[in-house]
Design a protein around this ligand. Structure first.
Ligand code: PAF
Length: 294
């Protein structure tokens, strides 16, 4: 496993692999502080691709003023040790200056999909994500790129970006990994104290209630949202930032779920930590949807 810090080095390695070795390349973009959620992406990348690159870069462009960029957990040594067990070929761990050199002034915006939910709560967030993902795809030229469903809106933004800009990369979205308690794995869980960890399990319980109600025939977006809101309110340490029920592909608000595959997404504060989670509710006949899209 080689740790690469320069774009140029990664670029020339992948160019050689593509030209001379005819191998498939997979990238798992991360911001480090790796957990089992990331590792599930790495495992799938290892299964599907000949060469696996994991990028570790805490991307300043996707953090707003007053957000946790400075405090975001960073542990390149620990992450590297973890990845040696997964037979990763390259870690790409550039500096901020390497990705955004002096005078950097080109940003990528995916309109519409970036504006609601997380985009409304964190203005500029998806511009930062789309920009860094564009750079990573350009540098690594992967056949496949792997992301988690926990960041559902990010997954949609990236799929649209790849489609609109004509990248030759398949975006693979893998299911959210959870603790036994149901809490979705996230690097930000490291901020939670024991009490907050316990309290945060209300998020999954609330979403599971919406899933159960949907399975019993509830199709009103308002009533499903209300169920989630009411459950989250039972936990005094949790503060709901938003609950939204939208079409899972367009993120447009819906009233009735009838024929729609719906995304029920929440953002919840536990103390100063903001966590997101979601469930997808889909009509039985659509359940066989594939998760690999170009
Ligand atoms: O999901 C993340 O960790 C980040 O948003 C990503 C995709 C690595 C871009 O910085």
């Amino acid at each position: 496993m080689e740790i690469i810090t320069r774009r140029q080095r990664l670029h020339s390695i992948v160019r050689k692999i593509r030209r001379e070795e005819d191998k498939t390349i997979g990238i798992v973009p991360t911001m480090g502080a790796l957990h089992e959620g990331h590792l599930s992406l790495v495992r799938e990348a290892r299964r599907m691709c000949d060469v696996v690159v994991v990028s570790i870069f805490v991307n300043p462009a996707q953090f707003g003023p007053g957000e946790d960029f400075d405090h975001y957990p960073r542990n390149l040594t620990g992450d590297t040790a973890l990845l040696t067990d997964y037979n990763v070929d390259y870690i790409f761990a550039p500096s901020v200056e390497e990705i955004y050199p002096k005078g950097f002034s080109t940003f990528v915006t995916v309109e519409n999909l970036s504006e609601q939910l997380e985009g409304a709560a964190r203005p500029g967030h998806f511009r930062g994500v789309a920009t860094v993902v564009t750079i990573l795809l350009n540098v690594a030229r992967p056949d496949f790129a792997f992301f988690g469903q926990k960041d559902a809106q990010q997954a949609l933004v990236i799929k649209r970006l790849v489609r609109d800009l004509g990248f030759d990369t398949e975006i693979v979205i893998l299911p959210t990994m959870r603790e036994e308690s149901g809490l979705a794995l996230s690097s930000r869980n490291a901020y939670l104290d024991d009490e907050e960890q316990r309290a945060a399990t209300v998020i999954h319980r609330a979403l599971a209630l919406a899933e159960a109600a949907y399975a019993h025939g509830e199709r009103s977006a308002k009533r499903l949202a209300e169920l989630v809101r009411t459950e989250i309110l039972t936990e005094p340490r949790a503060r709901l930032d938003y609950i939204s029920v939208t079409d899972a592909d367009t993120l447009e608000k819906i009233d009735k779920l009838d024929d729609h595959t719906a995304l029920v997404a929440v953002a919840v504060y536990l103390g100063r930590t903001r966590l997101i989670d979601n469930v997808v509710l889909q009509p039985a006949k659509q359940k066989a949807r594939v998760t690999v899209e170009t």
